[in-house]
Design a protein. Structure first.
Ligand code: NAP
Length: 257
């Protein structure tokens, strides 16, 4: 048990894998975990983006390395997790990689449905299971699945994304139920609307932005830095008795109609 309450938030000596961390929210989460003391393994498919993210975080004095693999490819995931573990045990996994494809459901392209589901949902099962198989014998580990306000609420044109994030919320609870008895903590972090590649069409749409800000109790878009303290909490001993919970960091969007 920690000496003071703040010590419980320290990630000194811990090793964390953040999927989809070459940009956007994943990069912000990686930065926060690194600032709390963890060595962070960055992931993505694009080699240049990944190398750039590594350079940026190293220049900030953080301890980081890279492991490029596609989270939708079970064989690649399993080989990557073996390579990472050969260098040292993983204490933290953040399943963050995700995509958005907007189209009314009746016009949705079937291949897009499969790509979205495999990136947003299969990936958490693939990477989560591969990492949990390493964590379970050690009797400890923190897994955080990046959910969304769309784990709770829909909007026109994004039914598949909403279905994937709703399912991810329930997968989080299932992981906590099956792996909690082995000493693991599995929780979800549900961002509201944040300015990244994934939302750039919405950011560039003034009526949408005005509508969003107007219905968000905190009256603004989220900044990636807003998620840092929450990920450190869920990844740390501070969350030792928190299991199967989804923490929404959304300026209150899920609280209101
Ligand atoms: P983003 O800016 O588009 O970044 C996505 C990251 O995932 C990139 O690093 C991308 O790199 C990587 N990625 C995509 N497909 C991958 C794959 N198959 N294998 C490995 N890496 C992959 O998106 P974001 O806005 O940061 O979103 C991150 C997560 O937060 C997603 O799960 C998203 O659903 C969730 N979220 C976002 C918001 C928001 O407002 N932005 C709100 C709620 C939830 P490569 O393309 O090079 O692989």
């Amino acid at each position: 048990m920690s000496a003071t309450v703040l010590d419980a938030f320290s990630l000194q000596g811990r090793r964390a894998l953040v999927t989809g961390s070459s940009g956007g929210i994943g990069l912000g989460l990686a930065r926060a975990l690194g600032q709390a003391g963890a060595h962070v393994i960055l992931n993505g498919r694009g080699a240049d983006k990944l190398a750039h993210a590594l350079e940026v975080l190293r220049a900030e004095g953080l301890s980081v390395s890279i492991e490029s693999f596609d989270v939708t490819d079970m064989a690649a995931v399993s080989a990557a997790v073996d390579r990472i573990e050969a260098r040292g045990p993983l204490d933290i996994l953040v399943n963050n990689a995700g995509i958005q494809i907007r189209n009314p459901l009746e016009q949705f392209v079937d291949d897009d449905w499969r790509r979205l589901m495999s990136t947003n949902l299969d990936s958490a099962y693939f990477v989560g299971k591969a990492v949990a198989l390493k964590m379970i014998p050690r009797g400890r580990g923190h897994i955080v699945n990046i959910c969304s306000v769309q784990s709770e609420l829909g909007r026109p044109g994004i039914a598949p994304y909403t279905a994937s994030k709703g399912a991810l919320k329930m997968l989080t609870k299932g992981m906590a139920i099956d792996w909690g008895p082995h000493g693991l903590n599995v929780n979800g972090l549900g961002p509201g609307y944040f300015k990244t590649e994934l939302t750039k069409k919405l950011v560039a749409d003034p009526p949408f932005s005005a509508w969003l800000v107007g219905r968000t109790p905190s009256r603004r878009w989220g900044e990636v830095e807003d998620l840092g303290p929450a990920i450190v909490f869920l990844a740390s001993d501070a969350a030792r008795f928190v299991n199967g919970h989804i923490l929404y960091v959304d300026g209150g969007v899920t609280a209101t109609l």
